[in-house]
Ligand binder design. Structure first.
Ligand SMILES: [Zn+2]
Ligand SMILES: [Zn+2]
Length: 330
């Protein structure tokens, strides 16, 4: 049996847990670690049994709780190299230091490096347990504001490095890999991030496809959506609401672009035509709270599916930003 629990989805956070009897993985960690743990427990999923966290891309609503969750429960993180690098960049505070502050820092680091029993360098060393509170801005942030401008300063101690993760595995889009008894196939999606991906997860004969944050349904995406038993797919905005809505023009352009987000209409068009109709569940995800209404997303998808005579299943569910869906068992 495979269990799929969408803990939440939207521009304020995304996380879905997929588990078999042996393996438990989180797709994205876009809420605070505390919130993810709370929602997991609410649905009977144990965070201490997480085997992996898979990251789709480095936007905040997909990585907010990543470092704390990974460190707290010592969970390996899987991401593409470019996504990992972009995340490191995002999470590492930028600071401008005076030359004298920089010299002092180097002096301290040199002194520390002479100390015995330095922290192990291995990527997958056991991590110190961390709380939310300990992942703050490093003391460096207090440095003065004069040139020379320094880029992110790399700190030597894992506990001081906000980008430290106990274990990182890099994957490439298009190349499948296994985590326990779950086979993962990442695939490229069109979105304005470093190297964004969707995932196909296969376990116990079931095929689960997760594709959110995509500007349009590119041919390779359509290919991976085929034969899904459960589909988590973006239905981000109603085009009219977005056009008339509160976002600044440049943001509207971004959302509407081919590296933005998928509209109700674009999804409906796909469901009404090319979609093979085989999924037991279609979960509408990343529904905008500003530019969409749950009922618009639902009616658009159901109308598209209703036109398809003879489809079995295809129960339409709406992922919410604020509470987890009931777990689905396949
Ligand atoms: Zn997102
Ligand atoms: Zn995104």
């Amino acid at each position: 049996m495979v269990r799929v629990t969408v803990l939440g989805s939207g521009s304020k956070g995304n996380c879905t847990v997929v588990s078999t009897g042996r393996t438990r993985i989180a797709l994205d960690a876009g809420f605070s670690a505390r919130e993810i743990v709370k929602r997991m427990r609410l649905r009977g999923e144990e965070p201490e049994k997480l085997n992996a966290i898979l990251i789709t891309h480095e936007h905040q609503d997909h990585v907010q709780g990543l470092s704390v969750l990974a460190r707290r429960w010592n969970v390996p993180v899987y991401a593409t190299e470019a996504t990992h690098a972009a995340w490191r960049e995002w999470i590492t505070p930028r600071t401008r230091m005076s030359f004298s502050a920089w010299l002092e820092l180097r002096r301290q680091q040199a002194a520390e490096s002479l100390q015995p029993a330095a922290a192990e360098e291995s990527d997958c060393a056991v991590a110190p347990v961390q709380d939310d509170a300990s992942i703050g801005i490093p003391a460096l942030a207090a440095a003065a504001q004069e040139p020379p401008a320094s880029d992110a300063v790399s700190l030597s101690s894992p506990s001081d490095d906000p980008a430290y993760l106990p274990c990182v595995e890099h994957f490439q889009a298009g190349i499948p890999f296994e985590i326990g008894d779950i086979r993962v196939t990442p695939f490229t999606i069109p979105h304005d991030a470093a190297d964004p991906v969707g995932f196909v997860l296969q376990a116990e004969g079931m095929r689960i496809v997760v594709a959110t944050d995509l500007g349009y349904l590119a041919p390779n995406v359509r290919m991976h959506l085929q034969r899904a038993d459960l589909l988590v797919i973006e239905s981000n905005h109603d085009v009219e609401m977005l056009r008339d809505g509160p976002y600044p023009w440049v943001v509207k352009q971004r959302v509407l672009s081919r590296v933005g987000h998928l509209s109700n209409d674009a999804l409906g068009e796909y469901l009404a035509s090319e979609y093979d109709g085989g999924a037991r569940y279609v979960i509408l995800a990343h529904i905008s709270e500003s530019n969409n209404l749950p009922e618009l997303a639902r009616s658009s998808a159901e109308r598209a599916l209703d036109g398809r005579m003879g489809l079995l299943g295809n129960k339409v569910l709406l992922a919410s930003q604020h509470e987890p869906l009931e777990s689905i068992q396949l």
